[in-house]
Design a protein around this ligand. Structure first.
Ligand SMILES: *[C@@H]1O[C@H](CO)[C@@H](O)[C@H](O)[C@H]1NC(C)=O
Ligand SMILES: *[C@@H]1O[C@H](CO)[C@@H](O)[C@H](O)[C@H]1NC(C)=O
Ligand SMILES: *[C@@H]1O[C@H](CO)[C@@H](O)[C@H](O)[C@H]1NC(C)=O
Ligand SMILES: *[C@@H]1O[C@H](CO)[C@@H](O)[C@H](O)[C@H]1NC(C)=O
Ligand SMILES: *[C@@H]1O[C@H](CO)[C@@H](O)[C@H](O)[C@H]1NC(C)=O
Ligand SMILES: *[C@@H]1O[C@H](CO)[C@@H](O)[C@H](O)[C@H]1NC(C)=O
Ligand SMILES: *[C@@H]1O[C@H](CO)[C@@H](O)[C@H](O)[C@H]1NC(C)=O
Length: 371
Protein backbone atom coordinates (compact mmCIF):
# COMPACT_ATOMS: atom_id res chain seq x y z
CA UNK A 1 0.00 0.00 0.00
CA UNK A 2 2.73 2.37 1.08
CA UNK A 3 4.74 1.52 -2.00
CA UNK A 4 1.85 2.22 -4.35
CA UNK A 5 1.30 5.56 -2.69
CA UNK A 6 4.93 6.54 -3.01
CA UNK A 7 4.90 5.61 -6.68
CA UNK A 8 1.77 7.60 -7.15
CA UNK A 9 3.14 10.60 -5.34
CA UNK A 10 6.21 10.55 -7.54
CA UNK A 11 4.34 10.19 -10.83
CA UNK A 12 1.59 12.57 -9.88
CA UNK A 13 3.97 15.17 -8.63
CA UNK A 14 5.23 15.53 -12.16
CA UNK A 15 1.66 15.85 -13.35
CA UNK A 16 0.74 18.36 -10.71
CA UNK A 17 3.84 20.44 -11.24
CA UNK A 18 3.11 20.51 -14.92
CA UNK A 19 -0.41 21.57 -14.21
CA UNK A 20 0.62 24.27 -11.82
CA UNK A 21 3.62 25.58 -13.66
CA UNK A 22 2.95 25.19 -17.33
CA UNK A 23 -0.78 25.00 -17.43
CA UNK A 24 -1.43 22.90 -20.45
CA UNK A 25 -1.23 19.21 -20.77
CA UNK A 26 -1.60 16.45 -23.25
CA UNK A 27 -3.20 13.31 -21.99
CA UNK A 28 -2.40 9.89 -23.29
CA UNK A 29 -5.84 8.46 -23.95
CA UNK A 30 -7.84 11.06 -25.77
CA UNK A 31 -11.30 9.68 -26.23
CA UNK A 32 -12.39 12.77 -27.99
CA UNK A 33 -12.00 11.75 -31.59
CA UNK A 34 -14.35 14.13 -33.29
CA UNK A 35 -14.73 17.10 -31.00
CA UNK A 36 -11.29 18.62 -31.43
CA UNK A 37 -9.47 18.08 -28.16
CA UNK A 38 -6.62 20.35 -29.10
CA UNK A 39 -8.95 23.32 -28.96
CA UNK A 40 -7.73 24.39 -25.54
CA UNK A 41 -4.09 24.01 -26.31
CA UNK A 42 -2.00 26.88 -25.09
CA UNK A 43 -4.69 28.19 -22.77
CA UNK A 44 -2.79 28.50 -19.54
CA UNK A 45 -4.33 27.79 -16.18
CA UNK A 46 -5.15 31.08 -14.60
CA UNK A 47 -7.42 32.06 -11.77
CA UNK A 48 -10.85 32.55 -13.25
CA UNK A 49 -11.77 35.80 -11.57
CA UNK A 50 -15.50 35.29 -11.89
CA UNK A 51 -15.23 32.10 -9.88
CA UNK A 52 -13.35 33.56 -6.94
CA UNK A 53 -14.23 36.55 -4.74
CA UNK A 54 -11.02 38.11 -3.55
CA UNK A 55 -12.43 41.33 -2.07
CA UNK A 56 -11.76 41.47 1.64
CA UNK A 57 -14.61 40.50 3.96
CA UNK A 58 -15.04 43.68 6.02
CA UNK A 59 -15.49 45.67 2.80
CA UNK A 60 -18.21 43.36 1.72
CA UNK A 61 -21.25 44.28 3.77
CA UNK A 62 -23.71 43.87 0.92
CA UNK A 63 -22.86 40.34 -0.18
CA UNK A 64 -23.53 38.56 3.01
CA UNK A 65 -23.65 34.91 2.01
CA UNK A 66 -21.04 35.22 -0.73
CA UNK A 67 -17.31 34.47 -0.67
CA UNK A 68 -14.74 37.10 0.34
CA UNK A 69 -11.12 37.03 1.53
CA UNK A 70 -10.79 36.67 5.28
CA UNK A 71 -8.11 39.27 6.04
CA UNK A 72 -7.48 37.70 9.44
CA UNK A 73 -6.44 34.44 7.87
CA UNK A 74 -2.88 33.41 8.55
CA UNK A 75 -3.08 30.04 6.77
CA UNK A 76 -1.70 29.58 3.27
CA UNK A 77 -1.69 26.80 0.71
CA UNK A 78 1.35 24.55 1.10
CA UNK A 79 3.52 23.82 -1.96
CA UNK A 80 1.93 21.49 -4.56
CA UNK A 81 3.94 18.40 -3.63
CA UNK A 82 2.97 18.71 0.00
CA UNK A 83 -0.67 19.26 -0.89
CA UNK A 84 -0.73 16.11 -2.95
CA UNK A 85 0.94 14.14 -0.16
CA UNK A 86 -1.50 15.47 2.43
CA UNK A 87 -4.53 14.55 0.36
CA UNK A 88 -3.21 11.05 -0.39
CA UNK A 89 -2.34 10.52 3.27
CA UNK A 90 -5.80 11.65 4.34
CA UNK A 91 -7.25 8.58 2.61
CA UNK A 92 -8.15 6.02 5.22
CA UNK A 93 -7.87 2.53 3.71
CA UNK A 94 -11.06 0.89 2.50
CA UNK A 95 -11.61 -2.77 3.39
CA UNK A 96 -10.96 -5.36 0.65
CA UNK A 97 -14.67 -6.31 0.78
CA UNK A 98 -15.71 -2.76 0.00
CA UNK A 99 -13.12 -2.45 -2.74
CA UNK A 100 -14.41 -5.60 -4.34
CA UNK A 101 -17.98 -4.43 -4.01
CA UNK A 102 -17.16 -1.21 -5.88
CA UNK A 103 -15.34 -3.17 -8.60
CA UNK A 104 -18.27 -5.51 -8.97
CA UNK A 105 -20.74 -2.71 -9.57
CA UNK A 106 -19.10 -1.88 -12.86
CA UNK A 107 -18.44 -5.52 -13.71
CA UNK A 108 -22.13 -5.93 -14.20
CA UNK A 109 -21.88 -3.73 -17.29
CA UNK A 110 -18.43 -4.69 -18.34
CA UNK A 111 -18.14 -3.23 -21.85
CA UNK A 112 -15.66 -0.44 -22.19
CA UNK A 113 -16.90 2.77 -23.79
CA UNK A 114 -15.58 6.28 -24.37
CA UNK A 115 -18.26 7.98 -22.30
CA UNK A 116 -20.31 6.67 -19.37
CA UNK A 117 -23.32 8.60 -18.15
CA UNK A 118 -24.23 7.66 -14.60
CA UNK A 119 -27.31 8.65 -12.65
CA UNK A 120 -29.32 7.30 -9.71
CA UNK A 121 -32.75 7.63 -8.19
CA UNK A 122 -34.92 6.36 -5.38
CA UNK A 123 -38.72 6.12 -5.68
CA UNK A 124 -39.37 9.79 -4.96
CA UNK A 125 -36.94 10.93 -7.68
CA UNK A 126 -38.12 8.50 -10.34
CA UNK A 127 -40.35 11.02 -12.11
CA UNK A 128 -37.71 13.75 -11.84
CA UNK A 129 -35.13 11.44 -13.41
CA UNK A 130 -37.26 11.03 -16.51
CA UNK A 131 -36.57 14.61 -17.55
CA UNK A 132 -32.89 13.69 -17.58
CA UNK A 133 -33.51 10.48 -19.54
CA UNK A 134 -35.52 12.48 -22.06
CA UNK A 135 -32.74 15.03 -22.55
CA UNK A 136 -30.16 12.27 -22.95
CA UNK A 137 -32.25 10.34 -25.45
CA UNK A 138 -33.51 13.31 -27.41
CA UNK A 139 -30.55 15.71 -27.33
CA UNK A 140 -27.28 14.24 -26.11
CA UNK A 141 -27.25 10.75 -27.62
CA UNK A 142 -28.39 11.92 -31.09
CA UNK A 143 -25.57 14.48 -31.04
CA UNK A 144 -23.01 11.84 -30.07
CA UNK A 145 -24.31 9.41 -32.70
CA UNK A 146 -24.41 11.83 -35.59
CA UNK A 147 -21.51 14.16 -34.80
CA UNK A 148 -18.93 11.96 -33.11
CA UNK A 149 -17.50 8.47 -33.26
CA UNK A 150 -17.57 8.11 -29.51
CA UNK A 151 -19.07 5.02 -27.89
CA UNK A 152 -21.21 5.63 -24.83
CA UNK A 153 -23.70 4.14 -22.43
CA UNK A 154 -26.03 5.09 -19.64
CA UNK A 155 -26.14 3.38 -16.27
CA UNK A 156 -29.03 4.03 -13.90
CA UNK A 157 -28.67 3.12 -10.23
CA UNK A 158 -31.71 1.97 -8.33
CA UNK A 159 -31.40 3.51 -4.86
CA UNK A 160 -34.76 2.16 -3.73
CA UNK A 161 -37.30 2.31 -6.53
CA UNK A 162 -40.75 0.85 -6.04
CA UNK A 163 -41.56 -2.56 -7.55
CA UNK A 164 -43.70 -1.04 -10.34
CA UNK A 165 -40.96 1.50 -11.17
CA UNK A 166 -38.39 -1.30 -11.35
CA UNK A 167 -40.66 -3.28 -13.64
CA UNK A 168 -41.20 -0.24 -15.88
CA UNK A 169 -37.49 0.38 -16.15
CA UNK A 170 -36.79 -3.28 -16.90
CA UNK A 171 -39.40 -3.27 -19.62
CA UNK A 172 -38.86 0.11 -21.29
CA UNK A 173 -35.40 1.35 -20.43
CA UNK A 174 -32.77 1.21 -23.14
CA UNK A 175 -30.00 1.34 -20.57
CA UNK A 176 -28.54 -0.66 -17.74
CA UNK A 177 -30.17 -0.59 -14.33
CA UNK A 178 -28.13 -1.68 -11.31
CA UNK A 179 -29.41 -2.00 -7.77
CA UNK A 180 -27.21 -0.23 -5.24
CA UNK A 181 -25.99 -2.88 -2.73
CA UNK A 182 -26.99 -1.13 0.52
CA UNK A 183 -27.03 -4.41 2.46
CA UNK A 184 -23.29 -4.91 1.91
CA UNK A 185 -22.28 -1.43 3.04
CA UNK A 186 -22.22 0.34 6.41
CA UNK A 187 -25.63 1.60 7.45
CA UNK A 188 -24.55 5.21 6.88
CA UNK A 189 -24.93 4.61 3.12
CA UNK A 190 -28.69 4.49 3.63
CA UNK A 191 -28.66 8.25 4.24
CA UNK A 192 -29.74 8.87 0.67
CA UNK A 193 -29.97 12.63 1.07
CA UNK A 194 -26.27 12.96 1.82
CA UNK A 195 -25.41 11.46 -1.61
CA UNK A 196 -22.79 9.38 0.20
CA UNK A 197 -23.30 6.65 -2.42
CA UNK A 198 -22.25 8.97 -5.27
CA UNK A 199 -18.43 8.75 -4.96
CA UNK A 200 -18.69 4.93 -5.10
CA UNK A 201 -20.63 5.00 -8.36
CA UNK A 202 -18.12 7.34 -9.96
CA UNK A 203 -15.18 5.25 -8.81
CA UNK A 204 -16.80 2.06 -10.09
CA UNK A 205 -17.26 3.36 -13.63
CA UNK A 206 -14.35 5.75 -14.09
CA UNK A 207 -11.80 3.10 -15.02
CA UNK A 208 -14.05 1.50 -17.63
CA UNK A 209 -14.35 4.63 -19.75
CA UNK A 210 -12.43 7.66 -20.92
CA UNK A 211 -14.87 10.13 -19.42
CA UNK A 212 -17.53 9.61 -16.73
CA UNK A 213 -20.49 11.95 -16.40
CA UNK A 214 -22.15 12.10 -13.01
CA UNK A 215 -25.70 13.50 -13.29
CA UNK A 216 -28.23 14.05 -10.50
CA UNK A 217 -31.78 13.04 -11.43
CA UNK A 218 -32.78 16.71 -11.55
CA UNK A 219 -30.09 17.66 -14.03
CA UNK A 220 -31.15 18.85 -17.50
CA UNK A 221 -29.15 19.35 -20.67
CA UNK A 222 -30.16 22.54 -22.48
CA UNK A 223 -28.20 21.40 -25.51
CA UNK A 224 -26.92 18.02 -26.65
CA UNK A 225 -23.68 19.46 -27.97
CA UNK A 226 -21.04 18.21 -25.55
CA UNK A 227 -18.07 19.53 -27.50
CA UNK A 228 -17.09 22.26 -25.05
CA UNK A 229 -17.50 19.94 -22.04
CA UNK A 230 -15.37 17.21 -23.63
CA UNK A 231 -12.70 19.70 -24.65
CA UNK A 232 -12.41 20.99 -21.11
CA UNK A 233 -12.36 17.52 -19.54
CA UNK A 234 -9.76 16.30 -22.01
CA UNK A 235 -7.55 19.26 -21.41
CA UNK A 236 -7.71 19.63 -17.61
CA UNK A 237 -9.33 16.43 -16.35
CA UNK A 238 -12.54 17.60 -14.68
CA UNK A 239 -15.56 19.84 -14.97
CA UNK A 240 -17.86 21.04 -12.20
CA UNK A 241 -20.20 23.98 -11.69
CA UNK A 242 -20.61 26.26 -8.70
CA UNK A 243 -23.25 27.91 -6.54
CA UNK A 244 -23.27 31.51 -5.25
CA UNK A 245 -22.49 30.67 -1.64
CA UNK A 246 -19.27 30.87 0.31
CA UNK A 247 -17.66 27.41 0.41
CA UNK A 248 -16.40 27.11 4.01
CA UNK A 249 -19.77 28.19 5.42
CA UNK A 250 -21.10 24.90 3.98
CA UNK A 251 -18.41 22.47 5.20
CA UNK A 252 -18.69 20.80 8.61
CA UNK A 253 -15.70 21.15 10.92
CA UNK A 254 -14.87 17.40 11.04
CA UNK A 255 -14.46 17.39 7.25
CA UNK A 256 -12.12 20.39 7.39
CA UNK A 257 -10.10 18.61 10.06
CA UNK A 258 -10.06 15.39 8.04
CA UNK A 259 -8.58 17.21 5.03
CA UNK A 260 -6.42 19.41 7.30
CA UNK A 261 -7.68 22.66 5.81
CA UNK A 262 -8.37 25.93 7.61
CA UNK A 263 -11.78 27.32 6.67
CA UNK A 264 -10.52 30.91 6.33
CA UNK A 265 -8.25 29.79 3.49
CA UNK A 266 -11.32 28.67 1.56
CA UNK A 267 -13.30 31.85 2.20
CA UNK A 268 -12.74 33.37 -1.31
CA UNK A 269 -14.09 30.20 -2.97
CA UNK A 270 -17.60 29.56 -4.12
CA UNK A 271 -19.21 26.30 -3.08
CA UNK A 272 -19.08 23.80 -5.94
CA UNK A 273 -22.16 21.89 -7.08
CA UNK A 274 -22.35 18.10 -6.91
CA UNK A 275 -25.22 17.62 -9.37
CA UNK A 276 -23.13 17.45 -12.51
CA UNK A 277 -19.45 16.53 -12.50
CA UNK A 278 -17.44 15.17 -15.41
CA UNK A 279 -14.27 13.17 -14.78
CA UNK A 280 -11.47 12.08 -17.04
CA UNK A 281 -10.06 8.59 -16.52
CA UNK A 282 -6.58 9.66 -15.56
CA UNK A 283 -4.22 8.76 -12.71
CA UNK A 284 -4.45 12.01 -10.78
CA UNK A 285 -8.22 12.18 -11.14
CA UNK A 286 -8.55 8.56 -9.98
CA UNK A 287 -6.08 8.48 -7.15
CA UNK A 288 -6.01 12.00 -5.79
CA UNK A 289 -9.53 13.24 -6.48
CA UNK A 290 -11.95 10.29 -6.72
CA UNK A 291 -10.16 8.01 -4.22
CA UNK A 292 -10.10 10.88 -1.71
CA UNK A 293 -13.81 11.37 -2.28
CA UNK A 294 -14.50 7.65 -1.76
CA UNK A 295 -12.28 7.43 1.33
CA UNK A 296 -14.13 10.45 2.72
CA UNK A 297 -17.45 8.66 2.16
CA UNK A 298 -16.24 5.67 4.20
CA UNK A 299 -14.67 7.72 6.98
CA UNK A 300 -16.82 8.37 10.07
CA UNK A 301 -15.41 11.92 10.23
CA UNK A 302 -15.75 13.24 6.75
CA UNK A 303 -18.65 13.10 4.32
CA UNK A 304 -21.24 12.16 6.90
CA UNK A 305 -19.61 13.00 10.24
CA UNK A 306 -21.21 11.90 13.48
CA UNK A 307 -24.23 9.78 14.23
CA UNK A 308 -26.89 12.01 12.74
CA UNK A 309 -25.11 13.93 10.01
CA UNK A 310 -28.26 14.74 8.07
CA UNK A 311 -29.00 17.35 10.75
CA UNK A 312 -25.97 19.34 9.57
CA UNK A 313 -27.76 20.14 6.33
CA UNK A 314 -30.12 22.64 7.96
CA UNK A 315 -29.47 26.37 7.74
CA UNK A 316 -27.33 26.53 4.60
CA UNK A 317 -29.30 29.02 2.62
CA UNK A 318 -29.10 32.38 4.34
CA UNK A 319 -26.69 35.29 4.44
CA UNK A 320 -24.78 34.13 7.50
CA UNK A 321 -21.09 33.71 6.63
CA UNK A 322 -20.16 31.74 9.77
CA UNK A 323 -17.73 28.96 8.81
CA UNK A 324 -19.15 25.42 9.06
CA UNK A 325 -22.65 26.70 9.83
CA UNK A 326 -23.99 23.77 7.73
CA UNK A 327 -22.81 20.90 5.55
CA UNK A 328 -23.36 19.77 1.97
CA UNK A 329 -21.80 16.28 2.17
CA UNK A 330 -20.60 15.05 -1.25
CA UNK A 331 -20.31 18.49 -2.78
CA UNK A 332 -18.54 19.97 0.24
CA UNK A 333 -16.02 17.14 -0.02
CA UNK A 334 -15.42 17.59 -3.74
CA UNK A 335 -14.84 21.34 -3.40
CA UNK A 336 -12.48 20.90 -0.44
CA UNK A 337 -10.50 18.23 -2.32
CA UNK A 338 -10.18 20.39 -5.44
CA UNK A 339 -9.25 23.55 -3.54
CA UNK A 340 -6.77 21.64 -1.34
CA UNK A 341 -5.05 20.17 -4.38
CA UNK A 342 -5.16 23.06 -6.83
CA UNK A 343 -5.59 26.19 -4.67
CA UNK A 344 -6.94 29.15 -6.71
CA UNK A 345 -6.46 27.18 -9.89
CA UNK A 346 -9.39 24.95 -8.90
CA UNK A 347 -11.50 27.74 -10.43
CA UNK A 348 -10.40 26.42 -13.83
CA UNK A 349 -12.61 23.37 -13.37
CA UNK A 350 -15.65 25.66 -13.48
CA UNK A 351 -16.53 26.54 -17.07
CA UNK A 352 -17.54 30.10 -17.88
CA UNK A 353 -20.70 28.92 -19.54
CA UNK A 354 -22.37 25.59 -19.12
CA UNK A 355 -25.47 24.52 -20.97
CA UNK A 356 -27.05 22.60 -18.14
CA UNK A 357 -29.65 23.30 -15.53
CA UNK A 358 -31.15 21.76 -12.39
CA UNK A 359 -34.90 21.41 -12.03
CA UNK A 360 -35.42 19.99 -8.59
CA UNK A 361 -38.82 18.40 -8.25
CA UNK A 362 -39.68 18.70 -11.94
CA UNK A 363 -41.69 15.66 -12.94
CA UNK A 364 -41.73 14.63 -16.54
CA UNK A 365 -43.48 11.64 -18.03
CA UNK A 366 -41.08 10.14 -20.52
CA UNK A 367 -40.99 6.38 -20.15
CA UNK A 368 -44.38 4.70 -20.56
CA UNK A 369 -46.31 4.42 -17.31
CA UNK A 370 -47.80 1.03 -18.17
CA UNK A 371 -46.14 -2.32 -18.45
C1 LIG B 1 -7.94 20.64 -34.38
O1 LIG B 1 -7.56 21.98 -34.09
C2 LIG B 1 -6.29 22.32 -34.56
C3 LIG B 1 -5.93 23.71 -34.03
O2 LIG B 1 -7.05 24.47 -33.72
C4 LIG B 1 -6.33 22.25 -36.11
O3 LIG B 1 -5.06 22.60 -36.64
C5 LIG B 1 -6.68 20.84 -36.54
O4 LIG B 1 -6.81 20.77 -37.93
C6 LIG B 1 -7.99 20.40 -35.88
N1 LIG B 1 -8.21 18.99 -36.15
C7 LIG B 1 -9.39 18.52 -36.53
C8 LIG B 1 -9.44 17.04 -36.75
O5 LIG B 1 -10.38 19.22 -36.67
C1 LIG C 1 -6.14 38.16 -3.54
O1 LIG C 1 -5.82 39.44 -3.05
C2 LIG C 1 -4.58 39.50 -2.35
C3 LIG C 1 -4.44 40.89 -1.77
O2 LIG C 1 -4.71 41.86 -2.72
C4 LIG C 1 -3.46 39.17 -3.32
O3 LIG C 1 -2.24 39.16 -2.62
C5 LIG C 1 -3.71 37.78 -3.89
O4 LIG C 1 -2.74 37.47 -4.87
C6 LIG C 1 -5.08 37.68 -4.53
N1 LIG C 1 -5.32 36.32 -4.91
C7 LIG C 1 -5.79 35.98 -6.09
C8 LIG C 1 -5.91 34.55 -6.36
O5 LIG C 1 -6.11 36.78 -6.92
C1 LIG D 1 -10.78 40.06 12.06
O1 LIG D 1 -10.42 40.29 13.40
C2 LIG D 1 -10.99 41.48 13.94
C3 LIG D 1 -10.40 41.67 15.33
O2 LIG D 1 -10.51 40.49 16.06
C4 LIG D 1 -12.50 41.39 13.94
O3 LIG D 1 -13.06 42.58 14.44
C5 LIG D 1 -12.99 41.14 12.54
O4 LIG D 1 -14.39 40.95 12.52
C6 LIG D 1 -12.30 39.93 11.94
N1 LIG D 1 -12.66 39.80 10.55
C7 LIG D 1 -13.16 38.68 10.05
C8 LIG D 1 -13.47 38.69 8.59
O5 LIG D 1 -13.34 37.71 10.70
C1 LIG E 1 -14.86 -7.82 -11.28
O1 LIG E 1 -13.64 -7.30 -11.77
C2 LIG E 1 -12.55 -7.51 -10.92
C3 LIG E 1 -11.34 -6.85 -11.52
O2 LIG E 1 -11.69 -5.70 -12.21
C4 LIG E 1 -12.34 -8.99 -10.72
O3 LIG E 1 -11.28 -9.17 -9.81
C5 LIG E 1 -13.61 -9.61 -10.19
O4 LIG E 1 -13.47 -11.01 -10.11
C6 LIG E 1 -14.79 -9.31 -11.08
N1 LIG E 1 -16.00 -9.79 -10.49
C7 LIG E 1 -16.96 -10.38 -11.20
C8 LIG E 1 -18.17 -10.80 -10.42
O5 LIG E 1 -16.87 -10.57 -12.40
C1 LIG F 1 -44.95 10.04 -10.64
O1 LIG F 1 -45.82 10.07 -11.74
C2 LIG F 1 -46.84 9.08 -11.67
C3 LIG F 1 -47.61 9.09 -12.97
O2 LIG F 1 -48.09 10.36 -13.26
C4 LIG F 1 -47.72 9.37 -10.46
O3 LIG F 1 -48.73 8.39 -10.38
C5 LIG F 1 -46.86 9.36 -9.22
O4 LIG F 1 -47.63 9.73 -8.10
C6 LIG F 1 -45.69 10.29 -9.35
N1 LIG F 1 -44.79 10.05 -8.24
C7 LIG F 1 -44.36 11.02 -7.46
C8 LIG F 1 -43.44 10.61 -6.35
O5 LIG F 1 -44.65 12.18 -7.64
C1 LIG G 1 -20.94 22.41 -30.81
O1 LIG G 1 -20.30 23.37 -30.00
C2 LIG G 1 -19.06 23.82 -30.51
C3 LIG G 1 -18.43 24.78 -29.52
O2 LIG G 1 -18.72 24.49 -28.22
C4 LIG G 1 -19.27 24.49 -31.83
O3 LIG G 1 -18.03 24.91 -32.34
C5 LIG G 1 -19.93 23.52 -32.79
O4 LIG G 1 -20.24 24.18 -33.99
C6 LIG G 1 -21.20 22.96 -32.19
N1 LIG G 1 -21.70 21.91 -33.05
C7 LIG G 1 -22.98 21.83 -33.43
C8 LIG G 1 -23.35 20.69 -34.29
O5 LIG G 1 -23.82 22.63 -33.07
C1 LIG H 1 -24.77 32.37 12.07
O1 LIG H 1 -24.74 30.97 12.21
C2 LIG H 1 -24.12 30.54 13.42
C3 LIG H 1 -24.02 29.02 13.35
O2 LIG H 1 -25.21 28.47 12.93
C4 LIG H 1 -24.91 31.04 14.61
O3 LIG H 1 -24.28 30.63 15.79
C5 LIG H 1 -24.96 32.56 14.54
O4 LIG H 1 -25.78 33.04 15.58
C6 LIG H 1 -25.52 33.03 13.22
N1 LIG H 1 -25.38 34.48 13.11
C7 LIG H 1 -26.37 35.27 12.71
C8 LIG H 1 -26.07 36.72 12.62
O5 LIG H 1 -27.46 34.85 12.40
Amino acid sequence: MKRTNTALVVSSVAWLLLLLLYGHLHFKHDCNTNANATGNEGRSLIVKRGHLQNRSCPNDPKHKGYPCRDTNCTASFPPPVQRLRTIIQSQEPITPEHRELIDNLANQTNTRVNLIFVTAASANHYNESQGLLKDLHEKVFPFLKTRTKLTFKLVYYDLGLSKPQQALLRKHAKFEVIRFPFERLPVVFKNLKTCIWKPLLVKAHLKHSDVTFWMDASMRFKDGNLTAILQQVNSIGLLISRTFWMLPAHVAQPMLDYFRVKPCLLSPFYEMAGGFIVFKNELLVQRAIVDSWVACAFSPNCLCPGKDCIKLFGGCYNENKTYSKCHRFDQSAMAVILASLFDWRATNFIPSRLLIDFRRGEKIMYLPTRL
